[in-house]
Design a protein around this ligand. Structure first.
Ligand code: SF4
Ligand code: SF4
Ligand code: SF4
Length: 274
C-alpha cells in the first residue's frame, strides 16, 4: 500500500485547498471543484503506479473537459489568460484568478508544469496528434512570440476597461470561445507543420510566461542517477519538450519546459531516472 501514498497525499492537498476556499469564500462550489480535480489527479497517479499506459491521458480528459465544457461553456467562466486579467482588473478573487494562482503562478513551485502535462484542455487535444516525439529537438528562435501573445492578452482586456465596453461578461464569454478556436487552429497547424504536438506550447502559448519562472524551482522534477545512466540517449529522444533531464542542475536545457509526462522515466532501460 505504501506505493499509493503519493496519490493519497495529492488528494489530501487538494481537499485542504477545497475546504479552505469553501470556508474562506463561503461557497460550496470550491469544495466540489477542487475535490473533483483532486480525485481526477489522484486517480491518474494510481493508474500510473499500476502501469496503465494511458494514465496521463485519463487525467487530461477528466480535468480538461471539465474545465473547457463545464466551467467554460456551461458556467461561462473564462479560464483563459484574458479571463484572468479580466477578474484581476475587476478586483475579484474568483474563478480564473484562483485558478491561475493555484495552477499557474504558485503551484509550479511544487509541481512544475504539471498543469501542462495533466490538465490543459489545449494540450489535451494536441496530444491526440501523431507527433508525440518532436521531429527535431532543436528549438527555433521564436520563443518571443509567447511574450507578444501575453502582452496582447493584457492589452485586449485593458482596452475593454478603458473604452468602458458594454456587457463585458458577454464579451469575455465570446473571447473564451473564439480564443480557444484560435488556439486549437494554431496548435494543430503548428504541430503538423513542425511535426511536433507541443509546438504551440513551445512557441505561442502566453501562459508559459507565468509557468516558467516558478517551474525553475519546482519541488517535483525528474532527476538522473548518474551511477545507473549508460548515456544511451533514449530519454532525451523521447521527450516532447526537448529537456535534457540527464543534467540534474536547475539550469539544464529547457528545464522549465518539463511537463512531468514521465515518458523519459518509462523509456530509461536502466531505471536511472526518477
Ligand atoms: S504551454 Fe500552454 S497550451 Fe501548452 S500545455 Fe501549457 S498551458 Fe497548455
Ligand atoms: S519526457 Fe521527462 S523531461 Fe521530458 S517533459 Fe516528460 S517528464 Fe519532463
Ligand atoms: S535513458 Fe536512462 S540510461 Fe539512457 S541516457 Fe537516459 S537516463 Fe541514461
Amino acid at each position: 500500500m505504501k506505493k499509493y501514498i503519493p496519490a493519497a497525499m495529492l488528494f489530501v492537498v487538494f481537499e485542504a485547498v477545497a475546504v479552505s476556499l469553501a470556508v474562506f469564500k463561503d461557497n460550496a462550489f470550491y469544495l466540489f471543484n477542487f475535490s473533483y480535480i483532486g480525485c481526477s489527479i489522484s486517480l491518474g497517479v494510481v493508474l500510473y503506479i499500476r502501469s496503465y499506459k494511458n494514465a496521463r491521458r485519463v487525467v487530461q480528459l477528466l480535468v480538461g473537459l471539465y474545465m473547457l465544457v463545464y466551467l467554460g461553456i456551461i458556467c461561462n467562466e473564462n479560464m483563459q489568460i484574458e479571463g484572468f486579467w479580466y477578474y484581476l482588473f475587476t478586483g475579484v478573487f474568483e474563478a480564473a484568478t484562483i485558478h491561475y494562482l493555484v495552477a499557474k503562478i504558485a503551484g509550479p513551485l511544487v509541481f512544475g508544469r504539471g498543469w501542462c502535462g495533466y490538465a490543459c484542455w489545449t494540450a489535451m487535444a494536441l496530444d491526440f496528434l501523431p507527433y508525440k516525439t518532436p521531429q527535431s529537438h532543436e528549438r527555433r528562435g521564436s520563443g518571443w512570440l509567447r511574450y507578444l501573445a501575453f502582452a496582447a492578452s493584457i492589452l485586449f482586456v485593458a482596452a475593454l476597461f478603458l473604452t468602458h465596453a458594454a456587457d463585458m461578461e458577454r464579451i469575455m464569454f465570446r473571447a473564451f470561445i473564439f480564443g480557444n478556436l484560435i488556439y486549437y487552429a494554431l496548435g494543430i497547424g503548428l504541430a503538423v507543420w513542425l511535426r511536433d504536438n507541443r509546438a504551440f506550447c513551445k512557441y505561442i502559448c502566453p501562459v508559459t510566461v507565468f509557468l516558467k519562472p516558478a517551474s525553475y524551482f519546482s519541488l517535483f522534477r525528474v532527476t538522473c542517477d548518474k551511477g545507473k545512466c549508460v548515456n544511451c540517449g533514449q530519454c532525451v529522444r523521447v521527450c516532447p519538450m526537448d529537456v535534457d533531464m540527464t543534467d540534474n542542475s536547475r539550469a539544464r536545457k529547457n528545464g522549465t519546459e518539463c511537463i512531468l509526462c514521465m515518458e523519459c522515466v518509462k523509456k530509461c532501460p536502466t531505471g536511472a531516472l526518477k
